[in-house]
Design a protein around this ligand. Sequence first.
Ligand SMILES: Nc1ncnc2c1ncn2[C@@H]1O[C@H](COP(=O)(O)OP(=O)(O)OP(=O)(O)O)[C@@H](O)[C@H]1O
Length: 611
Amino acid sequence: MNHFNATLVVFYESQKYFFKHIYKEHPISFISFFVLSMLSAGIPAILILLNKNTIDTITKLGTDSSYYKYALSLLLLNFVLQYCEAFIRTIEKYLLSRMAQTVNFVLKKMMLSKLIYMPLEEYENNRFFDRINLANSAISGNGIKVIGSIIGVLRNLISLISVFVILLTIHWTMPIALFLSTLPGIILIFIVKLKNYKMAVSTSAVSRELEFTDSLFINKSSIKELKLFGLGPYLIGRWSILYKQIQKKNLDVEFWEAKTQVLAVLFLQLASLGVSVLLVIQITQNNLTIGDYVALLGSVVTVQAIFSSIGGNLGSIFETAIFNEALIEILNYQEKGHADKKALTYEIEKIQKIELKNISFSYPSNKQKVLDDLSLTFNKGEKVSIVGYNGSGKTTLIKCLSGLYEVTDGSIYVNGIDTRSIKKENYFSFISAIFQDFFKYKFSIRDNIGFGDLKKREDDSHIYRLLKHVNLYDKVNSLDHLLETYLTREMPDGEDLSGGEWQKIAIARGFMKDADLIILDEPTAAMDPVSELEIFRIFNELSKDKTSITISHRLGPTKYADRIVVMDKGKIVEEGNYEELMLRKGLYYEMYISQLSWYQDTNIDEVTYGK
Ligand SMILES: Nc1ncnc2c1ncn2[C@@H]1O[C@H](COP(=O)(O)OP(=O)(O)OP(=O)(O)O)[C@@H](O)[C@H]1O
């Protein structure tokens, strides 16, 4: 019962969204759809009456030819009504599709605008991906259809009542027999819809893995590894297992549906038989004419069709309601603090100083502390390098500092203000970052660089200046479509870049924005040594008056940093400039010497192989 109530609430909530947007976007279409549906509601009952009269008139034609014209006009009326009904159905379908497309567009847009504000932590949670999949089904699958279904139920009820009134005048048992015969079918539709939903929920994680495995065969980066490591047959095997898992669940539902359907059809046929027997008895008692008989048999089919349509409509309403639960959850999402507007009143004008005070952080999927009671200050204009072994928490620190993750404990202050009370967009506007897993947009060069600062996306001279800085000017200039060249071979005249060139593009994107704080997380991993030096030179030049943080495993360039922060297991273990840290002979010194040994033949064997 609780589940039913919850479903009703979600249904009501989602309909508010749908109605609001349909009415706002297409008032005329909506009203026309409603009026046409109501107009067509009486047609089945009229057709039954008309059929009865037509047949009675035709049977009289043999003895009295004066009925000829009357019979013809009845046939004509029958034709006109049937045609009108078909015509109305076509118009309704078009109107519904028109409204559906707009509403789907509006809802999808609303959902995307909500997703951009979702905290990154949500993306660590598999339930979140399930919700998104279900919400997408609610939008593209059948979001709007429910409006058509509600109106459909209303129309069908009117049709049903009018047909029942006609049936009642013939014999009182007939409406009851018809109702009972179609009831199992309606219940079946409901249960099938519920089973489908449960199946969609239970298979969504498997479906995602299936989708991912599938995509490995059409992705250029993965296909290389598939070929080289001979992964094809193995992955096809894994894909088959996942496919069969989903197929089995689908077939189980279908088999169950078929079994129940057989039973429902039996009920239906028994009821039809009962009605026919009743009619025959009535005819033998001279209570019915042939017209009554034919019309009544026709009405059996009509009523069954109406009932099954109501069942379909109600089932679709029910299914939509349960799928919409996920959609409503996303659309109703409130950014933390947005609910309490006062909490996010601060807007800063510049980043002067950032202080991390006793911060700790754990990823939602793992309780272990990745950052552990860490305190650090970044002063305006300072150039700080963060170093440490893999997994020491450098990238996580950057993600917390830049506001992408909320720290679990402690606080981050900017100009003395707790970042929790600063508007996120305002804070983001002063920060630029190039992450080690920067994104390669399958869009144009202009987009790939211009996305760093949309206000300057059309500023060709600014983009070309950056391209010169990152040594890509000549390359871009030699392309037929210059800045409009797509960076993917999947598009006509698209271009492919090397790993290092992509990195340069990402760096240009990072510098596109005139940020107060620039973060470079392992920015030069795929670069040749000359380009690497070049990038650090450009970086130092461009970030002269800014605060900068770099994370790099190559320790050479850290020599020039104002301060080096050494991290280990989520803690800061050393802090100071190059000279200080070398004198301390701690972790930094150890890492530095071990890197240096690569370039000093005498030490390589000793450091690397312990010889
Ligand atoms: N999304 C995540 N969910 C759970 N754990 C994560 C996630 N991202 C990173 N971690 C874990 O957090 C720890 C620190 O990762 P982080 O990427 O911050 O280290 P890092 O110092 O930047 O490493 P690297 O030098 O290899 O880039 C690692 O143990 C990693 O497994």
